[in-house]
Ligand binder design. Structure first.
Ligand code: ATP
Ligand code: MG
Length: 183
């Protein structure tokens, strides 16, 4: 599985539809302060199911919707589409029926979030589990926030173990065990 495209509309500062092709190899995003580099990373985290407003540098989940600027009115919804090249057919079961996997998350004011996988409605949990099983996802150690390295150095052993477990791809198992215990 490989991320191949990220599309944004109405998400934070990306008010106009933006289509980013992620080529093979290393991709660098450069630009002046405040141009939206971190917002792009947050869009990636968000479409993978991030639900903590703090991880999105906001007070509430609707803060990801374009809030308006002097010359532009606010938007009513934000949408992010992540396209995954699945020609290696390594996507987890249930998502592995096509060479390409397209995940869409849309948030509408006063309505909340809805997700689609290849056009079909899915639950937030399905998307979170998909990426947890693929050892990526919104909390993945592959996504390093500004300031996260110093947090890692100062982390307590338990928190550091959690990071290693995420990297090893077993975070999804813990979530399933927790749910099984609740039943
Ligand atoms: P730096 O180099 O300082 O890290 P950056 O390129 O990472 O900057 P971001 O933090 O991604 O920049 O973008 C910040 C910009 O996004 C600010 O101008 C902020 O006003 C804008 N922004 C954030 N949320 C919204 C929103 N909901 N609506 C409109 N604009 C927003
Ligand atoms: Mg930044």
């Amino acid at each position: 599985m490989r991320f191949s495209r990220l599309k944004l509309a109405g998400f934070k500062s990306f008010v106009d539809p933006t289509d980013l092709v992620i080529a093979e190899g290393l991709t660098g995003v450069v630009g002046p302060n405040g141009c939206g580099k971190s917002n792009l990373l947050e869009a990636l985290r968000w479409v993978m199911g991030e639900n903590r407003p703090t991880a999105m540098r906001g007070g509430g989940m609707e803060d990801v919707i374009f809030a308006g600027a002097s010359s532009r009115p606010a938007r009513n919804f934000a949408e992010v589409t992540l396209t995954i090249d699945n020609s290696d057919r390594l996507a987890p079961a249930g998502f592995n029926d096509q060479d390409q996997l397209e995940i869409v998350r849309r948030i509408t004011r006063d309505v909340g979030s809805a997700y689609k996988a290849n056009g079909k409605d899915v639950r937030a949990r399905d998307i979170q589990m998909l990426f947890a099983d693929a050892a990526t996802g919104s909390t993945s150690p592959a996504l390093v926030r500004q300031g996260q390295i110093s947090e890692l150095i100062n982390a307590k052993p338990k928190a550091r173990r959690r990071i290693l477990e995420d990297a090893a791809g077993i975070a999804g198992l813990y979530q399933r065990r927790h749910e099984a215990e609740l039943k």
